[in-house]
Design a binder for this molecule. Structure first.
Ligand SMILES: C[S@@+](CC[C@H](N)C(=O)[O-])C[C@H]1O[C@@H](n2cnc3c(N)ncnc32)[C@H](O)[C@@H]1O
Length: 302
């Protein structure tokens, strides 16, 4: 496995999802195949891994990492959104699966690549699409969305309390010229809040929430998660396990509510009464684990 990605909560994922020899497992967010590699080894040559990612670059890296496992392990990888999981499963001829894992958000390869525009710390185009097939970039939102909806987006998806100030500043600036780069957006946010981005006064960078809101909107992350939560009971075999690792409260709340309502309907047994979080020892070598929350449910029925 590549050294540049450490699968979050890997021991807890394996123990709760418990992939068994011969089972069919879906990694809905393949990334660099950190979790997938371990699940594929667990299902062995009689099992099957089905991997999805919206990012073809990560998909290619995952393919290499899985191939490096060697042997006669079987995997099928798709450039697909997990919102389309039933269609993917139809293509593989396996409408029901034993395990689904979704490790939400983005991988370090994406955040660290300035050309993708995810980072307020690196100069790049204001893109933020995980899937290059998407038509709308972050620049499209910033340059076209009217002021009030833009302020609402920053508040609702990023929790930005200064959303109105920032939206006003963006709309004023774009009258003169398009805002096309991460640096331009950072400068506008900082100027509107009268803060110096290099000052260490605040714990988080002043543009953190603006960038997060735009990324969630561009990639329709909450809509896709809602769709996955809705479709999962229909594609899990009886006894199948479904795990979701989320990284902010908008995601975790949705997972919690979906599991609770499926459990009330008798469809799921919840295996994690409280979300599982990383031990402090994992924070040191995997900073991303700090905000990770894992919830797992088991599909009831025959
Ligand atoms: C946090 S990384 C996953 C890392 C992976 N678990 C590993 O161990 O290497 C999330 C991945 O999911 C992909 N992704 C995000 N939203 C997706 C969606 N709706 N459908 C499919 N893939 C998605 C991203 O492109 C990214 O590669």
């Amino acid at each position: 496995m590549a050294a540049d990605h450490l699968p979050v909560l890997i021991d807890q994922v394996l123990s709760l999802l418990a992939p068994q020899p011969g089972e069919i497992v879906v990694d809905a967010t393949l990334g660099l195949a950190g979790h997938a590699s371990r699940m594929l080894q667990a299902v062995g040559p009689t099992g099957l891994l089905i991997g999805l990612d919206v990012d073809p670059a990560n998909l290619a890296r995952a393919k290499e990492n899985l191939a490096a496992l060697g042997g006669d392990l079987k995997s099928r990888l798709f450039h697909a959104n997990f919102a389309q999981l039933p269609e993917v499963l139809q293509e593989t001829g396996t409408p029901r699966v034993n395990v689904i894992l979704a490790d939400l958000g983005m991988a370090s390869t994406q955040l660290d690549d300035p050309a993708r525009g995810f980072s307020f710390q690196a100069a790049g185009p204001l893109d933020m699409r995980l899937d290059p097939r998407l038509e709308r970039t972050a620049a499209d939102i910033v340059n076209r969305m009217p002021e009030t909806p833009l302020a609402n987006l920053l508040f609702e998806l990023g929790g930005e309390v200064f959303s109105r100030k920032i939206a006003r500043a963006i709309c004023r600036r774009r009258v003169d010229a398009r805002i096309d780069t991460t640096e331009e957006l950072v400068a506008i946010v900082c100027a509107s809040l009268h803060v110096d981005p290099t000052s260490r006064k605040s714990k988080i960078h002043p543009a953190t929430r603006t960038f997060m809101a735009l990324r969630i909107a561009v990639n329709e992350e909450l809509e896709n998660l809602d769709r996955l939560l809705e479709l999962a009971p229909g594609v899990l075999a009886a006894g199948g396990r479904f795990g979701v690792i989320s990284f902010h409260s908008l995601e975790d709340r949705r997972v919690k509510q979906s599991f609770a309502s499926e459990s009330a309907a008798g469809t799921y047994q919840i295996l994690t009464k409280k979300p599982i979080q990383a031990e402090e020892s994992e924070f040191a070598f995997n900073p991303r684990s700090r905000s990770a929350k894992l919830r797992v449910a088991r599909r009831c029925g025959q």
